[in-house]
Design a protein around this ligand. Structure first.
Ligand code: TXA
Ligand code: MG
Length: 346
């Protein structure tokens, strides 16, 4: 067991984080999306510790985080014109781009693929740590593999204390869901994982952007990480779909159903519906339907809060996609995985 220290973001503490990273150790760091578990991306031995600490399958590649554009050229081979445009408009930010990898990136980082995923985060603490350490940082989300991603230092500690030496507490990130991952190795960018930067936001600048059909249908996705069970709280999650009134009625019936008699039930509601459910259940709002960014921000934390309460079953409202492509694609992608695709029609 390693003694896990939690530190702040003053300059002395950040210098300590950078020193540990230079020495080949792991440090959990805040970003604007979720917390990352970082190691020197150019040090295979350091990166191998990430897989061990998380219990992550070795065929799931890691994102390399850079702190300035100057770090990019040595990590990749050729860059398409659409990639250049996306960089210009969305970096630094919650967008990861998949390029052809240079020889400099160790195999363990990209799990033997010929490509490498790169992100230039916007969070000032993340870039400060990268630039103080002087190396690009490989960093997956800082959770035990399969669990909901952590959006604050307390949740990182819950999963990884005893496994890593240091956590930098930088408060809770603004986005709450992991970055959008986009393959830019071809002429048309392809979204491999939906996120805050949406298809329509990118199409405004680069014309056509495709979305990997596999992620929407849960069928043979292009990105290795998308095939794994993910974001799962201890409770069994069901998504209840239908008109708002029908969803509330159906969930209330389920709360009272004989088969749930000895079960502790959680309801993932929204600000608009919070007071309408049977109060026998643990009812929590995940955010407001009038501002879906609040739902993205709180989704993982709310799933973990239900675990704190020890519920057996979570019934969640749904956030179905309309015609427009927006943050709902990312919210439903994570929620469907948390629910193992269990959907109840109201
Ligand atoms: O917001 C984020 O992206 C956070 C923060 C810490 O930056 N990181 C994150 O990392 O979510 P992780 O490891 O939990 O998810 C990385 C995803 C996985 O689905 C992985 O399979 C995919 O990116 N990925 C990484 N390298 C890839 C590659 N070369 N080709 C395709 N997919 C790749
Ligand atoms: Mg992850």
């Amino acid at each position: 067991m390693i003694d896990t220290k939690v530190i702040n973001t003053n300059s002395q503490d950040l210098a300590l984080a950078a020193k540990l990273l230079q020495d080949g150790e792991l440090v959990a760091i805040p970003t604007e999306t979720v917390y990352g578990l970082a190691a020197n991306a150019l040090d295979s031995n350091a990166v191998s510790k990430i897989f061990k600490a998380k219990g992550r399958p070795s065929d799931n590649p890691l994102i390399v985080h850079i702190g300035s554009l100057e770090q990019l050229p040595s990590l990749i081979h050729n860059i398409s014109s659409s990639a250049k445009t996306l960089i210009q408009h969305f970096w630094p930010g919650p967008l990861t781009l998949v390029f052809r990898s240079s020889q400099k990136v160790p195999n363990i980082v990209n799990a033997g693929l010929t490509t490498v995923a790169i992100r230039y985060p916007k969070h000032p603490i993340t870039t400060a740590i990268i630039n103080l350490s002087g190396v690009p940082l490989a960093a997956p989300s800082a959770n035990i593999s399969g669990r909901p991603s952590p959006t604050n230092a307390k949740r990182v500690f819950e999963d990884l204390s005893g496994r890593i030496p240091l956590i930098v507490d930088g408060g809770s990130g603004s986005v709450g869901l992991e970055s959008t991952v986009v393959d830019v190795t071809g002429t048309i960018p392809i979204i491999l994982r939906p996120g805050k930067i949406t298809q329509s936001m990118m199409e405004r600048y680069v014309g056509r952007v495709d979305i990997d059909k596999g992620i929407l249908q849960n069928n043979n996705p292009k990105s290795p990480g998308m095939k794994y069970a993910h974001y799962c709280p201890n409770a069994t999650v069901y998504i209840v779909e239908g008109r708002n009134e029908d969803v509330i009625q159906t969930i209330d019936n389920l709360i009272d159903s004989p088969e749930n008699k000895n079960k502790k039930i959680g309801v993932m509601a929204t600000d608009e519906s919070l007071n309408k459910y049977n109060p026998k259940a643990e009812v929590i709002s995940v955010g407001s339907r009038l501002n879906l960014d609040t739902v993205a921000h709180s989704l993982f934390e709310t799933l973990r809060t239900f675990d704190d309460l020890g519920v057996d079953i979570i019934y969640s409202e749904s956030f179905p996609q309309g015609k427009q492509s927006d943050i709902r694609t990312a919210i439903m992608n994570r929620l469907m995985k948390a629910a193992n695709h269990n959907v109840i029609n109201a």
